[in-house]
Design a protein around this ligand. Structure first.
Ligand SMILES: *Cc1c(COP(=O)(O)O)cnc(C)c1O
Length: 251
């Protein structure tokens, strides 16, 4: 079989659905293997299909292939996907999370899309602004604190020390419900990825001890590093290309 064959077969909607199903089975197999290696139950791990690079019809097909949780990184795109998928009544069980950088002037758009979880609360300033807007919409938003564990300058988020120092202030914000932590690992460096994910887990343990809260959602692991994330304690993977792109097989 030529290497391009799956890519070619995925050009039609039927072919693409078949591809999405096979790829999903392959991904779930890798998650299971990684959980086994770490002595974890696979039931502790779930995954978002990050749909930012595809359109509503592909999200609908991904739902048909078995995906139930989706992630978007831009407020407008989140709204477009939520609205578009609302046209399919069978998709009422789908959840949409906000995973990307958030500017204060876009908060209302995000709240109006009613995301299940906002992963990317990257500063106390942002947390305060989101809580204020959520309060005026009469809702409580489940959130994660985004932590820059690796310390790369290009990444946003609390430093681990800032997160520990700010957690009480975040918990005092009336319209936020803190569920855990999120991070992104440096690309292309497996050892650095592992240190990033284990650092996130250790920070969560520290915050649990300090607050007495479960803080049991650890959002980490993307297309190229998700098996390592599972080994290091991830509970919610964010998978984009590996779900939707026939040319991007799991490593
Ligand atoms: C795009 C994106 C992902 C998924 O990335 P892949 O490498 O394609 O799996 C995960 N998290 C965030 C915040 C993203 O923007």
């Amino acid at each position: 079989m030529s290497e391009n064959e799956p890519v070619a077969a995925a050009q039609t909607p039927d072919g693409y659905l078949e591809f999405l199903k096979e790829r999903r089975a392959e991904i779930l197999g890798r998650v299971k293997d990684a959980a086994d290696r770490a002595g974890r139950s696979v039931d502790e791990v779930s995954a978002l299909a990050v749909s930012k690079t595809v359109d509503v019809p592909a999200v609908r097909l991904a739902w048909e292939a078995g995906w139930r949780a989706f992630g978007e990184n831009r407020p407008q795109e989140l709204r477009r996907k939520v609205t578009g998928c609302a046209a399919f009544p069978e998709m009422a069980d789908a959840r949409f999370d906000m995973i990307g950088n958030l500017q204060t002037n876009k908060i209302n758009q995000v709240i109006e899309a009613e995301p299940t979880l906002v992963h990317s609360v990257s500063s106390l300033h942002l947390a305060t602004a989101i809580s204020r807007r959520a309060e005026s919409h009469g809702v409580t938003l489940p959130i994660l604190l985004e932590v820059n564990v690796s310390g790369e300058e290009s990444k946003s988020g609390f430093s681990p020390e800032e997160a520990a120092a700010s957690v009480d202030e975040v918990l005092a914000l009336p319209a936020l419900d803190l569920r855990g932590l999120m991070t992104m690992a440096p690309a292309g460096d497996r050892d650095a990825a592992r240190r990033t994910f284990s650092g996130l887990r250790e920070l969560a343990e520290r915050l649990r001890a300090a607050t007495g809260l479960p803080l049991d959602t650890l959002s980490c692991g993307m297309s190229d590093d998700f098996p390592i994330a599972v080994e290091e304690g991830a509970t919610l993977l964010r998978l984009g290309r590996v779900v939707f792109d026939p040319g991007h097989a799991p490593a």
